[in-house]
Design a protein around this ligand. Structure first.
Ligand code: C2E
Ligand code: MG
Ligand code: MG
Length: 720
């Protein structure tokens, strides 16, 4: 006879069944859950509970009758055919005097709304903490606390596995600190408690009773006194699929985890993985943000941090600090001529040498291209000077770069705390200024920062900004100066010379601003503008019928390594409908002598194009003339300094004559620069110089003035 209902147990479903698995009674809660309660009368247990089929029922029956008990297990209560309620099933035998034993089944809903919501809230809170960038330990601590709030019967902990395979407790707010201390540093292995073994195996390890578990044999005495009796640990993996940690639930009594615990652990392990991965990503970002990827040295950001900390110490101890700014000499040439791989090798080599040369308390950092900064705490001017000398000595050792034996050197600028500055930015700026002075003083030397350098640097900066503006606002102008024939009427050509009318400073000389433009990188834009303007001016004169045979344009040496000059020249000539022979490029001896492959090939390409090449300021730079025979040059421009004394100084005169002789013997045109007097003109003419340029004939002048000059001189010439 089916009895129903009997007294309710709050929120729990309950039934009684006979040994065959037929339900003989159910409580109100169970009946209420069901959509068709009438079906329960004499229902079979396997219809009622999905996951408890006949075979399992009989196994359980046998266990229960033998008084072994059955551990609770998860299953689903069939509410309708397609509606299931997740429950935890507890089965107990009900011995009845003189009657067949019955089974009491308790159904605890594990999909319980509160618990499900609790796990959902937990996930949300932890993910939010991860997203907000909270430290890993804080995130894991939050996770554990939330788990323990949902399941007060557990003690939750997270351990990390470090790169040496040792356990590192990360969180365990309810775990005794003394126990965490025991775990800390344990090497994972096949028999190292639940966590150490789980991490070793890479799979969950559930120990129901620590006291009797072989896995805990060696560690049980450490854990039992803390009242921990069971432990279920689930490892989780990182990006490369290696185990990075383990999530554990401890119990105070020997037991298995409940279905709800399992549900929670599934969620938690996933969260741990995410939090660890986020931490690894953050660490990678920090590494990228604070270290130079080529040399591994601290970058500017980390340098700032280190210096700021050191400055605090210096202030407290009344000590000084030195900042050395090193720029590798001629690094650009190495990079341009031997390629970036060679350049990188030089930088790594320099980094290593610097690191080896200084103390551990010093900082070596790379803050850009070939710029290194060495910071020496507790160091005064004398000591800084010694260190700088030592660094340059160490750098000077040869290193092999392909076939080349290269000895790096550096220009070093030094600034001192507190004398030169008391903050990082100013110290760095002053050391940089001093480094520039070292470069200007011939490189491979050391200069201390001086206050006067600062003023100069400021005015240079100001000039640089103004030049930028002048270029962008089209305020630069070209003046033109003729090169005249000495032994026949007319002009041989004209040289374009740049002018900068500055609103306050008046006309700024190219001798002042061209080197500045070269240093700050504006030269490319300036020279490109000059080439374009001069060529279109020549085309305009030609269109007007003015007889201007050729246009000479000065070309800065620094531009060669950076731009495709032959390509640019070809394009401009074509645009203005000019022949390559109409254009002369004036270059310096320094450029011709540079043994960079790119420069050499550019010069050859220009020559092949048919553009004329002139060596400007000839005789001032190098004594080696052998390059003239190798080089595709058309014209030598004898420097003004030779012409200046030609009337009064016999040596000057002899030198000028010798240079002219060399030029003529190589069938080059020789142009005398800076002719100012009739006497100079007469001597040059007598000595067979046939082209000259100078104030004696005409000063550089704007295009319109030049047109007038040209018309007038040709009239004069025709009259005479
Ligand atoms: P440079 O190419 O040797 O130009 C000749 C310089 O001598 C010009 O100075 C010219 O004005 C000056 N000069 C000409 N005749 C006489 C004379 O009889 N007596 C004296 N004392 N000087 C004379 P400027 O225009 O001041 O140019 C100076 C240098 O600046 C040029 O020397 C050239 O190296 C550079 N420069 C000028 N324009 C440009 C340009 O457009 N691009 C580049 N990269 N450099 C330029
Ligand atoms: Mg020139
Ligand atoms: Mg010159």
């Amino acid at each position: 006879m089916f009895e129903m209902p009997w007294r309710d147990t709050e929120g729990l479903g309950a039934f009684r069944a006979n040994a065959e698995g037929a339900v003989v009674a159910a409580n109100t809660q169970l009946i209420n859950w069901l959509e068709r309660p009438q079906d329960i009368a004499h229902a079979s247990i396997n219809e009622l509970i999905l996951g408890l089929d006949n075979e399992r029922w009989h196994i359980y029956m046998a266990q229960l009758l033998a008084s072994h008990g059955v551990a609770p297990f998860p299953a689903h209560l069939r509410i309708t055919d397609d509606k299931l309620l997740p429950v935890e099933v507890h089965l107990t035998a009900l011995p009845r005097p003189n009657a067949e034993t019955e089974i009491l089944g308790l159904l605890i809903p594990i999909g319980d709304r509160l618990q499900t919501e609790g796990v959902y809230e937990l996930q949300k809170a932890v993910l939010e903490a991860v997203a907000l960038g909270r430290p890993l330990k804080v995130v894991l601590d939050l996770l554990c606390r939330r788990v323990e709030a949902l399941a007060p019967e557990v003690i939750c902990s997270v351990v990390a596995v470090d790169k040496d395979g040792c356990l590192r407790p990360m969180a365990g707010p309810s775990l005794p600190a003394a126990y965490a201390a025991i775990v800390d540093g344990l090497k994972i292995g096949p028999k190292v408690g639940s966590c150490g073994t789980a991490a070793w195996r890479g799979e969950p390890v559930e120990v129901v009773d620590i006291a009797s578990a072989p896995l805990w044999e060696d560690a049980a005495s450490g854990v039992l006194p803390f009242g921990l009796a069971a432990c279920w640990s689930t490892p989780f993996r990182g990006r490369d699929n290696g185990v990075v940690g383990s999530f554990a639930l401890y119990y105070r009594t020997p037991r298995k985890a409940s279905p709800f615990h399992r549900h929670m652990v599934e969620a938690c392990v996933h969260l741990c993985s995410l939090a660890f991965e986020h931490e690894a990503n953050q660490a990678e970002i920090r590494r990228l943000a604070f270290f130079d990827s080529l040399t591994g040295l601290p970058n500017r950001a980390l340098l700032r941090d280190r210096v700021e900390q050191a400055l605090g110490r210096m202030e407290r101890n009344h000590n000084s600090l030195a900042m050395l700014f090193l720029d590798i000499d001629r690094f650009k040439t190495v990079n341009d001529s031997l390629g970036h791989a060679a350049g990188d090798r030089v930088l790594c080599n320099v980094a290593k040498r610097l690191l080896d040369a200084v103390r551990e308390t010093d900082t070596v950092s790379r803050i850009g291209g070939d710029e290194f900064v060495v910071v020496l705490p507790d160091c005064d001017a004398n000591a800084a000077q010694l260190v700088a000398e030592k660094l340059n000595q160490i750098l000077a050792q040869h290193m092999e770069l392909g076939d080349l034996n290269f000895a790096p050197s550096a220009s070093i600028g030094i600034s001192l705390y507190p004398n030169d500055a008391t903050d990082f930015d100013t110290l760095l700026k002053n050391a940089d200024i001093a480094m520039y002075q070292a470069k200007r003083d011939g490189r491979n030397c050391t200069r201390f920062f001086l206050k006067a350098m600062n003023e100069e640097a400021d005015s240079r900066l100001e000039l640089e900004a103004a030049l930028h503006q002048a270029l962008s606002q089209n305020q630069l102008q070209l003046y033109y100066q003729p090169k005249v024939w000495l032994d026949q009427p007319g002009i041989a050509g004209v040289e374009a010379l740049i002018r900068w009318p500055h609103p306050q400073r008046g006309m700024v000389s190219p001798e002042q601003f061209i080197p500045l433009a070269e240093e700050c990188g504006l030269i490319n834009a300036i020279d490109a503008w000059v080439l374009k303007t001069a060529c279109s001016q020549l085309a305009a004169w030609r269109a007007k019928g003015l007889a201007v045979p050729s246009m000479a344009v000065n070309l800065s040496a620094t531009r060669f390594t950076q731009d495709d000059i032959p390509g640019h020249v070809r394009q401009i000539l074509a645009h203005n409908n000019l022949n390559p022979a109409d254009l002369t490029l004036e270059i310096t001896e320094r450029l011709v002598l540079e043994d960079s492959r790119e420069t050499q090939s550019d010069l050859t390409r220009l020559r092949k194009l048919g553009v004329q090449l002139a060596i400007d300021d000839f005789g001032t730079g190098y004594s080696s003339l052998s390059y003239l025979t190798r080089f595709p040059v058309h014209e030598l421009k004898l420097d003004r300094s030779f012409v200046q004394d030609i009337e009064t100084n016999r040596d000057s005169r002899a030198l000028a004559l010798a240079v002219m002789g060399i030029g003529h013997s190589l069938a080059l045109a020789v142009v005398a620069e800076g002719v100012e007097t009739a006497g100079q003109h007469a001597i040059l003419l007598a000595e067979g110089c046939n082209i000259a340029q100078g104030y004696f004939y005409a000063r550089p002048m704007p295009a319109e003035a030049f047109e007038t000059w040209l018309e007038e001189t040709s009239k004069l010439k025709t009259c005479s």
